[in-house]
Ligand binder design. Structure first.
Ligand SMILES: [Fe+2]
Length: 162
């Protein structure tokens, strides 16, 4: 841990920084899973999905930045490289060979849901460890992820009714 005058006890800051590092790996992984969808999607809803997946990428990259900077503010050292993310991500692997819009909406909604579940658990942990600032940041991220999940699933559900 790096020195800081932040008065959250060091033991709590260590736990939160480790948590944020784990989530940073997931967040970086999720961002490029959205790009994978953005780049490869094809089909009748190409334009909407191509744009939506890029919107998810941009939003999630912003979350990665906020998560990493929060960890550093607490005295942590982040592992922010793509290799570290690949090694440490807890998310399921994104299928590399799919192209259809429905398949991408299904795959990206799966990973958004998995990520959202992890973030929700972390909100409770940060609160229990006496760091409401991190809990607040994670709450904001959780709300954003719920919104992206809704937007991706809406495409899926519309197609399923036909
Ligand atoms: Fe693009």
């Amino acid at each position: 841990m790096n020195p800081t005058k932040n008065d959250i006890p060091k033991s709590a800051r260590e736990k939160v920084a480790a948590l944020l590092n784990a989530r940073l790996a997931d967040t970086a992984d999720l961002a490029y899973q959205a790009k994978q969808a953005h780049w490869n999607v094809k089909g009748p809803h190409f334009e909407e999905l191509h744009e939506l997946f890029d919107e998810v990428y941009t939003g999630v990259q912003g979350y990665a930045d906020e998560i990493a900077e929060r960890a550093v503010q607490l005295g942590g050292q982040v592992h922010g490289t793509v290799r570290a993310a690949a090694k440490n991500s807890s998310l399921p692997e994104y299928p590399l060979n799919i192209t259809g819009g429905l398949d991408h909406a299904e795959a990206l909604s799966d990973v958004l849901a998995a990520y959202g579940k992890r973030i929700r658990k972390d909100i409770d942990k940060a609160d229990a460890w006496g760091d409401p600032g991190t809990a607040d940041l994670l709450t904001e991220i959780s709300q954003g992820i719920d919104k992206f999940l809704w937007m991706v699933e809406a495409h899926l559900q519309d197609d399923k009714k036909k």
